[in-house]
Design a protein. Structure first.
Length: 395
């Protein structure tokens, strides 16, 4: 088995059913190529009854974990991985819809290097999904990447426009590891233990995974073509920390800093503010005068000659190498990231993803303020705890 798609879930049966339906249409991949492992963190909404008879073009295993003192997102994802048989683990949240080329885009990177920790991005949907629109794939035409639709772009699109779609050009790229779409070879996850189950409260467990895997020798990569649709089920959650999650998030930050005191190389109080998003990371991105060198990949250009020129400047000191990809059909995104850290940073941009930073920043500021006002009066919700246990079965 090449791929195991591990989907953690909790009381989200309709969103999950949509996610499972979208996975039916992977081009070039059949029943023997990929499986889905649904890891249920003690749902009480009869999730299994909702999904058990959904027609599927892949095998599926359903793992149910009773709620207990050990319950947490990390445990749910780890139990899903333990039940998986694929070489590559694709962590996918239960509210994410993927296109029919999703596994092809994952495989494009892992054919080159199985030590990638691969990231995708999301489009934030504003309306509920019609199930038949998944079957016809109409939903993916309706919600395609649009550089002017700031309302559906996530915060990382802003960050990647600011820095690059080359993860090697981003300061602390592990801070961009979001568990909604994150992929790694199973053997490395098994060796490191995967997500840290001591982080039982909300937040930071995905960033900790990213940092730990980097320390284990993996390399973070961003696939700009790997875009999922984040189904609408309330206000978007990528801009502010909700009021009822602030304390839990802060405690997980404290745990992270205690475990990895050198992760940011800053004093504890400053590290804490950075991880809370109170200090933009570009404040620590030291600037040295550099000579800008621009390259474009466009019709008529020889890709091998272009790579030779880029490599020359990347391996020299004192340059800022900017690469704009107007064709996006020659794996230039993969090649640039495979170079790893270079003496002169390469900033790679697929032209279809270019954004107006000032306009996007104005939208983000306005949206954050709107969400802050909305969240101020939102009450906290208690968690559920009961008897521990794990049940797993084929379906």
């Amino acid at each position: 088995m090449r791929f195991s798609i591990v989907i953690p879930t909790y009381n989200s049966k309709q969103l999950l059913n949509n996610t499972l339906e979208a996975l039916n249409y992977q081009l070039g991949y059949g029943f023997d190529d990929y499986e889905v492992v649904v890891s249920d963190d003690g749902s009480t909404d009869k999730t299994f009854d909702c999904i058990k008879n959904t027609p599927r073009n892949y095998s599926m295993r359903y793992v149910y974990l009773d709620r207990c003192a050990q319950s947490c997102r990390s445990r749910t994802r780890n139990e899903g991985r333990k039940a998986a048989s694929g070489e590559i683990i694709v962590y996918l949240d239960s509210d994410i819809l993927v296109r029919n080329d999703f596994l092809s885009e994952v495989n494009r990177y892992f054919k080159m290097n199985d030590r990638f920790l691969l990231l995708g991005t999301r489009l934030m949907l504003n309306d509920p999904i019609i199930f038949d629109d998944i079957k016809t794939q109409k939903v993916f035409d309706q919600y395609a990447f649009n550089p002017h639709r700031y309302d559906i772009l996530e915060f990382r699109h802003y960050l990647f426009e600011q820095y690059s779609y080359n993860a090697n050009a981003i300061l602390f790229p592990w801070m961009q590891v979001y568990s909604n779409i994150v992929i790694a070879a199973k053997k490395w996850l098994d060796e490191t233990g995967g997500f840290d189950e001591n982080m039982k409260k909300w937040g930071m467990e995905d960033l900790e995974l990213g940092y730990s895997l980097i320390q284990h020798g993996l390399q973070i990569a961003i696939n700009p073509r790997l875009v999922g649709l984040h189904q609408n089920h309330g206000p978007r959650n990528d801009l502010i920390i909700e009021k009822n999650k602030e304390q839990a998030y802060g405690e997980n930050i404290d745990y992270f800093i205690a475990k990895h005191p050198r992760a940011l190389g800053l004093r504890r109080t400053i590290s804490h503010k950075c991880l809370r998003g109170e200090i933009p990371m570009h404040k620590f991105d030291l600037y040295f005068p550099k000579k800008d060198v621009y390259f474009t990949y466009e019709p008529g250009k020889n890709i091998d000659e272009l790579k030779t020129e880029i490599t020359h400047y990347a391996n020299a000191e004192g340059f800022s190498v900017l690469v704009e990809d107007f064709k996006e059909d020659a794996d230039l995104d993969l090649w640039v990231q495979s170079l790893g850290k270079t003496k002169s940073v390469i900033r790679y941009y697929p032209q279809s993803k270019r954004l107006n930073l000032k306009e996007f920043e104005a939208f983000l500021d306005k949206e954050r303020q709107r969400q802050f006002v909305r969240d101020a009066a939102k009450p906290a919700t208690p968690s559920q705890v009961s008897i521990p246990g794990v049940r797993s079965f084929e379906c």
